[in-house]
Design a protein around this ligand. Structure first.
Ligand code: FES
Ligand code: FES
Length: 157
């Protein structure tokens, strides 16, 4: 539905049976604008069960959080083949919506449902820490330039 009928091809199709996580999107079933969505697998959802839900795909990952994640992903050169990365970004967004400064264990748990055959997990973890920092400082200081958000002056490895 997302890819073939709505043309939202940023969401990838992998296994189709709820195992690989490549199809992860944000789903908000709260029915109001203030709800916090969860990351979930689109391929095993039935449309009739999502009648009043709000669904956000990678195409809709915008605003300060989306910018923080994209900035961090680029800084840490996270992407390899890229196939899993839409899902990784959506899961990271959901994590930061619920836990503003997650530790390594919380990151690993939140990202554990999405396979990455290229082994980008170490860079994903670093990028999530960086995105959390950027997003947090953005909320505290408005339009704080990125250079002031760094804890140190070293470029990411
Ligand atoms: S495509 Fe693998 S979990 Fe959905
Ligand atoms: S970047 Fe290739 S599968 Fe994750």
């Amino acid at each position: 539905m997302l890819r073939c009928e709505l043309g939202l091809t940023g969401t990838k199709f992998g296994c189709g049976i709820g195992v690989c996580g490549a199809c992860t999107v944000l789903i908000d079933r709260s029915g109001n604008a203030s709800g916090r969505p969860v990351a979930d697998q689109a391929c095993v959802k039935r449309i009739r069960d999502l009648e009043h839900a709000k669904i956000v795909t990678i195409e809709g990952l915008e605003g300060d959080l989306g910018h923080a994640l994209r900035t961090a992903w680029i800084e840490y050169d996270v992407v390899q083949c890229g196939y899993c990365q839409s899902a990784q970004l959506m899961a990271a967004a959901a994590l930061l919506m619920h836990t503003s400064l997650p530790n390594d264990g919380q990151i690993d748990e939140a990202m554990s449902g999405i396979a990455c055959r290229c082994g980008t997990f170490p860079r994903i973890r670093k990028a999530i820490h960086r995105a959390a920092e950027l997003w947090c400082l953005k909320r505290q200081h408005g339009s704080t330039p990125d250079i002031l958000c760094r804890k140190d002056s070293k470029a990411p490895p």
